[in-house]
Structure formats: structure tokens, C-alpha cells
Design a protein around this ligand. Structure first.
Ligand code: HEC
Ligand code: HEC
Length: 682
């Protein structure tokens, strides 16, 4: 499922703490829990090797954690003191004969912290971050230099590998397949931080990168850093856990030489893990025509509301992304249409010729009737699927690549009433909070179109819920006509007391590090359209903090209401700022938003990159605000757009209808008008 988010910047806007910092204790609990989570086997060796250093490393880590916390609370000089303590301790640890292996990661964290402090105006020149020598690459893992022709020559003891899915298991003697087992495990448990991300300076975006990192020592599983960090309980961060069975599998794979059984070592791990490399369409026959979302005619079967829930309930368990039976992944419309070992299972317009229908009926097929080993689907359910196929496999929500879960969520939203949907979103919102901050139960307050979830006192939460409800009624007339709700089912608002908590939301829910300086964002996760905000603290010296907070509340609620309708992040962010600047015009932050546009525009690469959301989050948000407010501040264009989105029209088309140009053309014209270097053509 695609997680979208947008951000606002705190820009000299200090984040402060209304209540005593309880979370510090939470941190220690996390460390303690980590220590307790050690695996019962193989632990002794790891412990021995690191026992002498473990305590000092833990101290250093605690100093950094606390410094981070203080930074989030705006207590900058205290944060600097702790950072200095940490760097001193690191210097000492670096002198040890055997440099503790976690030290590199801690140094990296100090560097980031220093940069963050500098952003807040601290002179960092007095803080020296120690560095360690670059480790020599492990001999076995060292890739051989490429010959002049460029063909990879690095060879591992791999038997000839027959082409195609069937060859995979035949090609490997250990029985453990990198593409089939190891890559999916790493993608699932480590992906957000080490495949998409580069936490602790360690990235394994492909097999090649994994081996170059030196974290895997072929032949010796238990001496490989990749295994050690799991054994010690340090990885994965963020609450995940590698099962002993999976860890054993990983070790055995390394023990047997860490063999690669895919086609290309540079293939992204995510693609390998999804079987992308194995399930490439066999030939031109497998190519399907692009499908785009269309409006349904009366009486049509809805894919989103009627068909997808059937697939999710009865098929997805066996035909999932990790281990698809017969190679058929039923995870998106696209993956269904691509099909499995027998090719596309659906012939649009021809239900009776479609393998999928034949399999459901158990007629004229090889192999088994579906769903396998379960009672057949009721005849009227099969009839609905047939009707949908004969209707031309109309897609009535999102895109062919969207996950079936998110398509179903749109289908559900269409079918349910506002109140029913609000209950679903609220409950899903509570679950999300728990995954962000597992050790704390939040308080909740529900109003008509917003529910607020957060770790503040009951009275503060009630105040916040009132403020959110007021903001939501300010936003509503800007986005919708008449007495419609702002967003069907409402917006869930997460409020976080501490910077640390808000960072936890990013790490555990969005699987990313919180971008620098950000105090709020909005997005969609599963059934929840959310606005997330870090609360201003009571001891903020800025007298206008309340106005700035209101501004950001309006901004994020608007953005959530648009992302909940499928608008892309740049537009939702920009519209959020547009509505906020209009309705809370007195907030001091408005001036900063405006005055930062030219400088931020310099930092954006090209229109295409801007529209794709590539670039520094803070600069993107500022530019989004400047751009969208220039095209949508006056008149009823935002309302016209949401009306189309509510009717199921795809964003690109709705935008074109309302603004009479493509986003790219409008953006380029706007950027040129700023009198700046015209944005690079793309
Ligand atoms: C939620 C984020 C997150 C997840 C998930 C995660 N890591 Fe990490 N990883 C980190 C961070 C942060 C660091 C930097 C370490 C530090 O600062 O202490 C790191 C560092 C590492 C390092 C280098 C550490 C060293 O001391 O040499 C390895 C190896 C590693 N991770 C392996 C893994 C593996 C394997 C998984 C999956 C089983 C995983 N990580 C999952 C966040 C994560
Ligand atoms: C309990 C596991 C299981 C469930 C549930 C299941 N399948 Fe299957 N499916 C299989 C297996 C195993 C095969 C391969 C063997 C065969 O074709 O008989 C398969 C094969 C297929 C194929 C043939 C693919 C090809 O290219 O050969 C289709 C189509 C299919 N399933 C559709 C469905 C649909 C639709 C559902 C839900 C209504 C479903 N399956 C539910 C296990 C399952």
C-alpha cells in the first residue's frame, strides 16, 4: 500500500514541552526490552565479544537519545552538552583494541544530530565528531573488478542456474534460495530502513550492495554482522522481530556460501522479493493494455466494492506477493492480469474463456478447483465476477497498481455511511497509534468530522479536539459544497507531546526517519486519512505559538482531506497551505512560508521531480504552498476539484478539467514568473 505523507516545517518554531518529560524513562525501557529480547541460542558468543564494550556503548546511545529528545523540546544548550559527552565517549571507545562494532552507527547519529542543531542556529564548529577508519572489505565478499566489456565476472560457487521459476530450487544445493527466501525476509523485516533507507549508513538495496557492505561473511553465518545484530536483539528496530526459524534460515544461507540465485546481482532487492525478477511476463502475449479508472454505469458491478473483497477473503492468502501459488499474485489488478504460470487468467469481456472463472467453476481445467481445498464460491458470487469480466474489467477506483487492500478501502468508503466509515477510521487510527508508540495507551476524543488521538492530559485533549473541530469547520466550506462532511468518515488527528514520539510515528508507521525540522504531516495509511502534529509546548517563548499551531492544524486537516481523496502529496500540501494562509492569516508562520518560496524554489530540481515529490521535504512543502496558492487561492477551484475526485475521477484528469493545463505546464509557468532561474526543463 502506498503511504503518502506531506510535511510542514517548524522553521525557527521551537517545539516545547507542556509536561514533564516522561518519555525519557520510556527510552530506558526500550533498551531494557532489547536486552531481554536476546535469542536463547548463540547468544553467549556474541555477548562475550561485546560485553566489555556493551555498557559504554549503551551509555553513549543513551546520551544521544536524550540529546535528541532535548533538541525536540528546544532545550538546545543541554542537547549540545550531551552530544559533547557522547562524542568524548566515542573517542575513548575508538581507542579500544577491538573497536565496538556498533560505534560506527553512533558516530553517524552524532553527525546527524549536529546538523540538526546547526539548523536550529547552534554554532557546531566546537563539536568534533570522531571518525573511524574505513573497514577493509571482507576478502570473500570482495567483488572482482569488472572486465573492460562490463560483464560481471564475480563468481560464487553456484551451479548452473536454469532459467525460470522452476529452475530456482534446482540450482541450489543448500535448499535455501536468496531470491525466494532470504530477500523476502530482508525486505519484510529490514526494508524500510536498509533497502529504501540507509540507516546507520548500511544499505542493501541489491544483493551486490549487501555483499559489498561487508556485513555478510560467506561461509560463516554466526560471524556475520548481519546475523549478530539480529542475535543481539538490536535489529530490526521499530518493534519488528525475526523469528528463530527465519534467523536459522539466514544463517544456513550464509553458511552455505551466501549464494545468489537470481539473474542480476544489481536487481533491487524489493523486486527480487516480490518475485518480480522471476515472474517477468513470458512474452508479448502477457502484456496487458493499460487500464485506468472509469466511472461505473448504473447496475455495473463495482470492482472496488464487490469483487476485491471476494479476492481478499478467498484467494489472497495463497496468491500473495511472498509465495504465490502457481505464480499468480493477487495483490493488485495489474498483478492479477499478469497472471501466473499459465499467463493472464482473465480475458476482458469473455468470462467463459477466462481461466480464473473456469478455476472457480472447476470446469475444463487442469489442476484443482479454486479456492483450493475450500468449498466452492456461491454461484451468485461467481456470477458477479463473470459480470465484472464481461463488463470489460472496469476499474472504478485508484490505479491498476494500487494494492487490493487500498482499492477495497475506497470501495468500502463508497458503500458505507459517514458514521459507519468514521468508526472504521477511528478504530484503525487507534491501532496505528499503538504501532507508533506501543508502550503507551493514548487518550481519544471524537467530534463530528475529526477524531483526535494523543498522549496528553484529558483536559488538553478535549481542548485540542475542540480546536480541531473548529479548524475542520473552517476548512469544510473551502473544500466541499453544501452540508457534506469534510471527508466521508472524517480525518484522524494524531497529536504528539514529544519530538521523540513524533519521530516514533515516522519510524514505526511510515518506516522512514522523520525529515529535519518537521512538526507535522498528513497522509493515508490503510483506512486512515490522518493529520499528525507535534504539539507546541507551554514554555515556548514565542507568544504566537498558538496561532502558528492553528495554522498547521488547518494545513494538515486540509491536506489529509485531499490525500484521503487520492490527491498527490504536492497538491495536498499546497492546498493545505493555501487554505491555512487564508483562514489563519494572522499567524506569523504565514510570512515565513511566503518569504521562503524563492529560496526553496532554487533547491527544487525540475518540475517533474517536484511533482514526484523528490527533494528536500521542507523545500518541497514551501514550493507547494507557493505554487498551489497562486493557482487555487481564489474562486471555487478547490471545491470543483474535490467534487470530481469524489465522483471517482482520477486526479490528473480532474486537475486538467479544473485548471485547463497539466500540473507540469502550470508549474513551469509559475516558476518562471517568480523571476528566478526558470526551472530546469525535464
Ligand atoms: C526501523 C528501522 C530499522 C529496521 C527495521 C532495521 N534496522 Fe538495522 N539499523 C537501524 C539503525 C537506526 C541503525 C544504526 C545503528 C545505531 O545507530 O545504533 C541500523 C544499523 C544496522 C546495521 C549496522 C550496525 C552495526 O553495528 O554494524 C546492520 C548490520 C543492521 N542495521 C541490520 C539490520 C537487519 C538485518 C535488519 C532486519 C532484520 C534491520 N537492520 C532492521 C534501523 C533499522
Ligand atoms: C489454499 C490455497 C489456495 C487458495 C485459497 C486459492 N488458491 Fe488458486 N491456486 C492454488 C494452487 C496451489 C494453485 C496451483 C495448482 C492448481 O492450479 O491447481 C492455484 C492456481 C490458481 C490458478 C491458476 C493459475 C495458473 O496460472 O495456473 C488460478 C487462476 C487461481 N488459482 C485462482 C484462485 C482464485 C480466484 C482464488 C480465490 C477464489 C484462489 N485461487 C484461491 C492455491 C490456492
Amino acid at each position: 500500500m502506498k503511504k503518502q505523507q506531506q510535511e510542514i516545517i517548524g522553521h525557527g518554531w521551537l517545539v516545547f514541552a507542556p509536561e514533564p518529560s516522561l518519555r525519557l524513562f520510556g527510552l530506558c525501557l526500550v533498551c531494557a526490552a532489547t536486552m531481554l529480547a536476546l535469542w536463547p541460542f548463540g547468544v553467549a558468543a556474541v555477548e562475550q565479544a561485546t560485553a566489555s564494550n556493551a555498557s559504554s556503548l549503551k551509555e553513549i546511545k543513551k546520551s544521544i537519545d536524550t540529546a535528541q529528545e532535548l533538541l525536540a523540546e528546544g532545550k538546545l544548550s543541554k542537547a549540545v552538552t550531551l552530544l559533547e559527552e557522547a562524542t568524548k565517549a566515542i573517542e575513548e571507545a575508538a581507542q579500544l583494541e577491538r573497536v565496538p562494532s556498533g560505534l560506527r552507527g553512533l558516530i553517524q547519529r552524532c553527525k546527524i544530530l549536529k546538523e540538526e542543531l546547526e539548523i536550529e542556529g547552534i554554532d557546531g564548529s566546537t563539536i568534533t565528531i570522531p571518525s573511524l577508519p574505513v573497514p577493509a572489505p571482507k576478502a570473500v565478499a570482495k567483488p572482482a573488478p569488472a572486465p573492460a566489456g562490463g560483464a560481471p565476472v564475480a563468481r560464487l560457487p553456484l551451479k548452473p542456474n536454469p532459467v525460470g521459476a522452476a529452475g530456482i530450487s534446482a540450482g541450489i544445493s543448500t535448499g535455501i534460495s536468496f531470491t525466494g527466501q532470504v530477500a523476502p525476509l530482508l525486505a519484510r523485516q529490514c526494508g524500510g530502513c536498509h533497502i529504501a533507507g540507509k540507516k546507520g549508513d548500511f544499505q542493501m538495496a541489491s544483493y551486490e550492495m549487501l555483499m559489498r557492505s561487508g556485513m555478510v561473511q560467506p561461509g560463516v553465518g554466526n560471524a556475520s554482522r548481519l546475523v549478530e545484530v539480529i542475535l543481539s536483539g538490536d535489529m530490526p528496530r521499530g518493534g519488528g522481530k525475526v523469528s528463530p526459524a527465519d534467523l536459522g534460515m539466514l544463517m544456513r544461507w550464509i553458511d552455505a556460501g551466501a549464494v545468489f540465485d537470481g539473474g542480476n546481482r544489481a536487481t533491487p532487492l524489493e523486486a527480487l522479493a516480490k518475485g518480480g525478477a522471476l515472474l517477468q511476463p513470458a512474452g508479448p502475449a502477457a502484456v496487458i493494455k493499460p487500464i485506468s479508472a472509469v466511472a461505473l454505469a448504473p447496475g455495473d458491478v463495482s470492482f472496488a466494492a464487490d469483487i476485491v473483497p471476494i479476492f481478499l477473503k478467498h484467494c489472497a492468502g495463497c496468491h500473495d506477493a511472498d509465495d504465490a501459488d502457481a505464480g499468480l499474485q493477487m495483490v493488485s489488478l495489474e498483478s492479477i492480469m499478469k497472471g501466473g504460470q499459465n499467463g493472464p487468467p482473465i480475458v476482458p469481456g469473455k468470462a467463459l474463456e477466462s481461466l480464473l472463472v473456469k478455476k472457480l467453476k472447476g470446469m475444463n481445467i487442469e489442476g484443482q478447483r479454486m479456492p483450493l481445498e475450500k468449498p466452492p464460491l456461491p454461484l451468485d458470487v461467481i456470477a458477479q465476477i463473470e459480470k465484472w469480466i464481461n463488463q470489460g474489467i472496469k476499474l472504478d477506483a485508484l490505479t491498476p497498481q494500487a494494492s487490493l487492500e487500498s482499492v477495497a478501502a475506497v470501495g468500502v468508503a463508497k458503500k458505507l455511511s459517514h458514521a459507519e466509515l468514521a468508526t472504521i477510521r477511528f478504530n484503525a487510527g487507534k491501532k496505528l497509534w499503538k504501532s507508533a508508540i506501543p508502550d503507551e495507551d493514548p487518550l481519544v476524543q471524537q467530534r463530528d468530522t475529526v477524531s483526535v488521538i494523543g498522549n496528553v492530559t484529558a483536559s488538553r485533549l478535549a481542548e485540542l479536539a475542540d480546536a480541531a473541530a473548529a479548524s475542520s469547520s473552517q476548512v469544510r466550506p473551502e473544500l466541499v459544497e453544501g452540508d457534506q462532511p469534510l471527508l466521508k468518515g472524517g480525518v484522524v488527528i494524531f497529536v504528539f507531546l514529544k519530538g521523540y514520539d513524533y519521530s516514533g510515528f515516522w519510524q514505526n508507521v511510515l518506516f522512514k526517519e522523520r525529515p529535519k525540522g518537521m512538526a507535522g504531516n498528513a497522509g493515508v495509511v490503510g483506512d486512515v486519512a490522518y493529520a499528525a502534529l507535534l504539539l507546541p509546548s507551554a514554555d515556548n517563548e514565542n507568544a504566537n505559538a498558538e496561532d502558528d499551531f492553528k495554522l498547521q492544524l488547518v494545513e494538515q486537516i486540509t491536506a489529509a482531506a485531499l490525500q484521503g481523496r487520492g490527491a498527490p502529496q504536492w497538491f495536498a500540501t499546497g492546498a493545505g497551505r493555501t487554505v491555512a494562509m487564508k483562514t489563519v492569516a494572522r499567524a506569523p508562520l504565514v510570512k515565513v512560508w511566503r518569504s521562503d518560496v524563492p529560496e526553496s524554489l532554487q533547491r527544487i530540481g525540475s518540475a517533474a521531480e517536484f511533482l514526484k515529490g523528490h527533494g528536500e521535504p521542507a523545500a518541497l512543502a514551501t514550493v507547494s504552498g507557493g505554487f498551489v496558492s497562486s493557482i487555487a487561492a481564489s474562486g471555487n477551484r478547490l471545491r470543483l476539484l474535490t467534487k470530481q475526485l469524489d465522483a471517482g475521477v482520477a486526479f490528473e484528469k480532474a486537475f486538467n478539467d479544473v485548471f485547463r493545463a497539466t500540473p507540469q505546464a502550470l508549474f513551469e509557468a509559475w516558476a518562471a514568473k517568480q523571476g528566478l532561474r526558470p526551472v530546469r526543463r525535464s
